[in-house]
Design a protein around this ligand. Structure first.
Ligand SMILES: Nc1ncnc2c1ncn2[C@@H]1O[C@H](COP(=O)(O)OP(=O)(O)OP(=O)(O)O)[C@@H](O)[C@H]1O
Length: 261
C-alpha cells in the first residue's frame, strides 16, 4: 500500500473561550483522515467549524491538544528540534497575504527570500525571480515594487509564488483564492493542478468556493463543530452528499453562488 503523505489520527484542539476564558471550545474534536501523495483533500464547513485550526495544527503553527499527525510516516508531534527540516517541506497559504509580506522588501526580495533561507538559490537571481512571477501570471516589471504598490490580488499571487518556490511536498491552502477575481482563481486552480501532476504535490484545500473544490480536489471532508461528518470522493460528496448537514451546506452555498451571479 502507498504510504499517505499526511495521516491524522483523532486530532483534537481545545481553546479557552468565553468572556472570562472559562469555557472550553473544542475547535477540532477527534478528526482522522489521510491524504495520498499528489492528491488534494478539500475541507468544507461553515464559518467557525474548525477548518483553519485543523490546517494550522498540521503545520504545527499551533499545538494540538491530543492526537497524532504523521508526515510521510513520521509523527511530527513527537519531534522537537528535529522538526525544523520538515518546515520547508510543508507550507501554508493564507487568505490574507498582507500580514505575510514584509512591507519594506521589494517583490523581488520577497520572492527570493525563502529560496535564500533554504540555500536553494543558485546564481541567476533575476531570472529566478522572473520565473516565480510568471508561474503566478505576474509581469516581471513589478519586481522592483513594494507590496503597498500592488493590488490585493497581486499580493496574494506573490504569497502563493513564495510558498511554492521551495517546492514543498505538502501545502495547506486556507482560503487562498478568496481575494482573487475569477481569472485569478482559474489560474491558481490550473497552477495547483499542475503541481499535483508534475511534482506530485499533496494539498489540503480549505475553501468556501465549490468551484475551486470541484476542480482541484480528489476527495472532500465536511467539518461541522470540530468533527468530520462526511468524507469521500469529491464527485460523490458534491453530487450525492449522504449527510443531512452536507446537503444543507451545499444547497446554501449553491444558493449564495446563484444570487451572486
Ligand atoms: N486562538 C483562539 N482562541 C480561542 N478560540 C479560538 C481561537 N482560534 C479559533 N478559535 C475558535 O475555534 C473555532 C474554530 O475556528 P476556526 O477559525 O478554525 O474556524 P473556520 O472553520 O476556519 O472558520 P472560517 O471559515 O470563518 O475561517 C471557533 O469557535 C473559533 O472562535
Amino acid at each position: 500500500m502507498i504510504e499517505p503523505v499526511i495521516e491524522v489520527i483523532n486530532l483534537k484542539k481545545d481553546f479557552q473561550g468565553g468572556l472570562f476564558r472559562n469555557k472550553k471550545v473544542s475547535a477540532v474534536d477527534g478528526v482522522s483522515f489521510r491524504i495520498k501523495r499528489g492528491e488534494a483533500l478539500g475541507l468544507l464547513g461553515e464559518s467557525g467549524s474548525g477548518k483553519s485550526t485543523l490546517g494550522r495544527c498540521l503545520l504545527r503553527l499551533i499545538d494540538p491538544t491530543a492526537g497524532e499527525i504523521y508526515f510521510k510516516g513520521k509523527n511530527i508531534l513527537a519531534m522537537n528540534g528535529d522538526f525544523r527540516p520538515f518546515r520547508k517541506r510543508m507550507q501554508i497559504i493564507f487568505q490574507d497575504a498582507d500580514g505575510a509580506l514584509n512591507p519594506r522588501m521589494t517583490v523581488k526580495d520577497l520572492l527570493l527570500e525563502p529560496l535564500k533561507v533554504h540555500r536553494q538559490l543558485n546564481g541567476r537571481a533575476q531570472e529566478t525571480a522572473a520565473a516565480l512571477m510568471a508561474q503566478v501570471n505576474l509581469p516581471a516589471d513589478l519586481l522592483g515594487r513594494y507590496p503597498n504598490a500592488l493590488s490585493g490580488g497581486q499580493r496574494q499571487r506573490i504569497a502563493i509564488s513564495r510558498a511554492i518556490s521551495i517546492k514543498p511536498e505538502f501545502i495547506v491552502a486556507d482560503e487562498a483564492i478568496a481575494s482573487l477575481d475569477l481569472i485569478g482563481q482559474a489560474q491558481v486552480m490550473a497552477l495547483f493542478n499542475r503541481l499535483k501532476a508534475e511534482q506530485q504535490t499533496t494539498f489540503l484545500i480549505i475553501s468556501h468556493s465549490l468551484r475551486f473544490i470541484r476542480q482541484t480536489t480528489d476527495a472532500v471532508a465536511v467539518m461541522f463543530t470540530g468533527k468530520l461528518v462526511e468524507i469521500g470522493k469529491t464527485t460523490d460528496i458534491l453530487n450525492h452528499p449522504a449527510h443531512p448537514y452536507t446537503q444543507a451546506l451545499l444547497s446554501s452555498t449553491n444558493t449564495k453562488l446563484e444570487t451572486q451571479s
